[in-house]
Design a protein. Structure first.
Length: 223
């Protein structure tokens, strides 16, 4: 009988992982999501507009603040690509895999791949590590795919779009919003052998949820 497949969402390795290990365990292992409110549709609209604008932009032509980002030559190959890795951990009949949806990837002319994630937000240093875990989970999925041929990932990056101006035209009948754009390179992280990878395996190996953070507003939901 095949093992039960437990999917670890790369996006949950960013904020949820740092917020509360108890909630992370419940969401991942027990498949019991946190209660959530409606997600503002404006962010989905912005995401679609960003992808549409960048769809035909070759990697070597991406510029930020008038400067070309030194990316290898290549073209966009995916948008919202679902990816899944082979097992990163097996425990008592359960195989834990990384599985999620990437914003986009670039196929470089040197036969390697780049992963880019778009963020409509103001860049914050402490967020780079959180988002870095997410992008490295995608990298692991491409290099260790559940199905298909492994790809060599050579570059990870975050592209931030931060609202910076707002202009009203035609007597208030139309308007436009300007964005500052920032590129942040993301360091590689081994999702299995690194300190983080071992901590992840430790949390997932609990038979019941670890203690929730003292200030966790969701711990009553899981009792």
């Amino acid at each position: 009988m095949p093992n039960d497949i437990i999917k670890i969402s790369p996006s949950n390795l960013s904020f949820l992982w740092d917020d509360c290990k108890g909630c992370f365990w419940e969401v991942t292992v027990n498949r019991n999501p946190r209660p959530s409110g409606p997600f503002p549709s404006i962010f989905n609209t912005l995401d679609l507009l960003q992808k549409k604008a960048l769809m035909n932009l070759r990697s070597e032509n991406i510029t930020v603040d008038g400067l070309t980002i030194p990316l290898p030559k290549g073209e966009l190959i995916v948008g919202d690509l679902r990816v899944q890795s082979t097992s990163i951990l097996s425990i008592e009949g359960k195989d834990f895999v990384l599985a999620g949806k990437m914003d986009c990837g670039y196929q470089f002319e040197d036969a390697t791949t780049g992963i880019v994630d778009y963020k409509t937000a103001k860049p914050k240093d402490d967020y780079f590590i959180k988002y870095g875990r997410q992008l490295n989970a995608y990298r692991h999925c491409l290099e260790h795919p559940y199905i298909g041929v492994p790809e060599k990932v050579s570059r990870l990056g975050l592209m931030y779009f931060t609202p910076s101006s707002f202009e009203v035209r035609d007597g208030g009948m139309s308007a436009s919003c300007g964005f500052d754009v920032k590129w942040v390179d993301v360091d590689f992280l081994d999702m299995v052998e690194s300190k983080f990878g071992k901590e992840l395996a430790s949390v997932l190996s609990f038979k019941t949820a670890p203690e929730h953070e003292r200030m966790c507003q969701y711990k009553r939901h899981y009792r």
